[in-house]
Design a protein around this ligand. Structure first.
Ligand code: GRF
Length: 201
């Protein structure tokens, strides 16, 4: 499977995907970041993966940014677009174009805590459990059909940082498994329903 990875930050999920790429059967053709300072760009370069920076601050509108993003993506003709900590909201123009090919990882038990600061919000809400979700990307922010989730217990001693660290450990384990399913052709988006082996998840 040929894919590209979109990032905005540290890229620890990217690292885990790179390390598991032969297990997944994935060739990462390039990594795109909207943030020129994303450490994930270094992680890609170290592994000899091509990188592109498309700095959203250099575009006057969301639409112009997306036109450039699409132009770069089209060069690679990817079978999958992997969102790994990509922090830009995309319009339905973009999400409809690649519908069924885009997968995102989100650090909460969706539909709880869509958006930012999920760990802090889970603690404030006195949740007993928190975790990670992987979902197909649709026009609804963090709202596409859920593919897989992993829950962890929130400990009385937790703060947003400690919780984020433990959730990340689970993220790094679960994302390669979902990507393997996709590479094997077992995972599909059908009429806004995620199917694994032709059965709704
Ligand atoms: C992860 O928590 C991911 O779920 C969220 O952004 C964070 C990215 O971390 N979407 P990293 O850049 O992969 O280290």
């Amino acid at each position: 499977m040929k894919g590209i990875v979109l990032i905005s930050g540290g890229g620890s999920n990217l690292q885990s995907i790179i390390e598991n790429s032969s297990y997944i059967g994935l060739k990462i053709d390039c990594v795109i970041s909207n943030n020129p300072d994303a450490y994930g760009l270094e992680r890609a370069k170290i592994k000899g993966i091509k990188t592109h920076v498309i700095d959203n601050n250099k575009f006057l509108s969301r639409n112009e940014f997306e036109v450039k993003l699409i132009e770069v993506i089209e060069k690679y003709n990817p079978e999958i677009i992997i969102f790994a900590g990509f922090m830009r909201i995309l319009t339905s123009n973009f999400t409809n174009k690649y519908l069924g090919k885009m997968i995102n990882i989100h650090p909460s038990l969706l539909p709880k805590f869509q958006g930012l600061n999920t760990h802090e919000r889970a603690l404030k809400a006195n949740e007993k459990k928190h975790g990670v979700s992987i979902h197909f990307v649709t026009a609804e922010l963090d709202g596409g059909p859920i593919i897989a989730q992993k829950a962890i217990d929130i400990l009385p001693s937790d703060n947003p940082n400690s919780l984020a660290k433990r959730v990340l450990i689970e993220e790094h384990k679960i994302y390669p498994i979902v990507l393997l399913w996709f590479a094997q052709g077992r995972l599909k988006l059908d009429n806004n329903v995620a199917l694994l082996d032709n059965k709704p998840i």
